[in-house]
Design a protein around this ligand. Structure first.
Ligand code: CIZ
Ligand code: SF4
Length: 303
């Protein structure tokens, strides 16, 4: 007999005293069984503040790691062990150390899309929603920004008074979009508004009407009375956007925008995760403590 996965997940969740968190880029059926859906920073805060001692983090590894860094006493489970982030993997601890030696006066700002080891070497973390505020609040003139050259470039344009040393990483999902796809959408759908993520390349950002993080794109659409929108970020966000805005029309760039790693988590993986308590995120305590400092500094500097 085939088991009812949703029912079994809910039963196991209760039995194990767990909470299920899902990133906006997860599959719709995963978002629907989650107790909270949001961006990586919001979810790591939910993980920290909740009473549950077991967190099932449906997302990619750096997100589950961020939750573990903030809540070491809790069990943080990543249902799909091979769900990584190619952009986070583009920055390595050795390279960061070398840059630090070359630019001893610079502050290191790392995007939350980075490994625990890289966070541990950084002065402060940021997300796409708070990067500008954080960098403006740093007193030092020199900033090493990693790993995303697109988010880094976007912030640099807005803070010309600072000197930026930007890592050469990028998101393979956002890089795929070409400005021509935006131009085609404008021609096909008269009056369409384009909302793009700062992980997109500059020509795409320049052609957009609005640039923001996942949460900011969702708010932009919710609060705008326009009829049609082109959503230029991983298409998982459409699940929340469409359910809150049934009267509006949404389009995506012609080539589609799906992150292979974000789509590795199926209901079966969440079930197995709860059943077998896998895959338990472990971080070396010295690395965790240093990475914790960078995440806590993000809190301080985003004010
Ligand atoms: O921080 C996140 O969750 C990511 C990856 C994107 C965003 O814009 O929220
Ligand atoms: Fe990494 Fe891009 Fe996938 Fe986000 S969408 S997890 S940045 S590869």
């Amino acid at each position: 007999m085939e088991i009812n996965l949703k029912e079994e997940i809910l039963r196991l969740k209760k039995e194990k005293g767990a909470i299920i968190l899902a990133h906006y880029y997860q599959r719709p059926e995963i978002q629907d069984i989650a107790d909270a859906v949001g961006d990586s920073y919001y979810l790591s805060k939910v993980a920290k503040d909740c009473d549950e001692k077991v967190i099932v983090f449906c997302g990619v590894k750096f997100m589950a790691e961020s939750a573990k860094i903030l809540s070491p006493e809790k069990t943080v489970l990543l249902p799909a062990i091979d769900a990584g982030c190619p952009m986070a993997d583009m920055a390595d601890a050795e390279g960061v150390k070398e840059l630090k030696e070359k630019h001893p006066n610079a502050k290191i700002v790392c995007y939350i899309n980075s490994s625990a080891e890289v966070k541990a070497l950084s002065d402060v973390c940021c997300t796409s929603s708070n990067a500008l505020k954080i960098i403006k609040n740093i007193k030092e003139e020199e900033i090493i920004f990693l790993p995303d050259k697109n988010l880094g470039g976007y912030i640099q344009e807005q803070v010309p008074e600072k000197k930026f040393i930007i890592w050469n990483g990028f998101c393979i999902t956002h890089k795929k979009v070409k400005v021509e796809e935006l131009e085609i959408a404008k021609k096909l759908h008269n009056g369409i508004l384009i909302a793009a993520h700062p992980e997109c390349e500059k020509p795409v950002r320049d052609a957009a009407d609005f640039i923001g993080s996942t949460g900011e794109i969702i708010n932009f659409v919710n609060n705008n009375s326009n009829e049609k929108f082109l959503i230029v970020t991983e298409e998982g966000v459409l699940h929340q956007i469409k359910s809150k805005n049934p009267e509006k029309k949404f389009y995506i760039p012609g080539g589609g925008m799906s992150c292979v790693n974000m789509k590795k988590t199926y209901l079966k993986d969440v079930y197995n995760s709860l059943l077998n308590m896998e895959y338990d995120i472990k971080i070396d305590e010295e690395i965790r403590l240093n990475a914790y400092g960078a995440l806590i500094n993000m809190h301080e500097l985003r004010r």
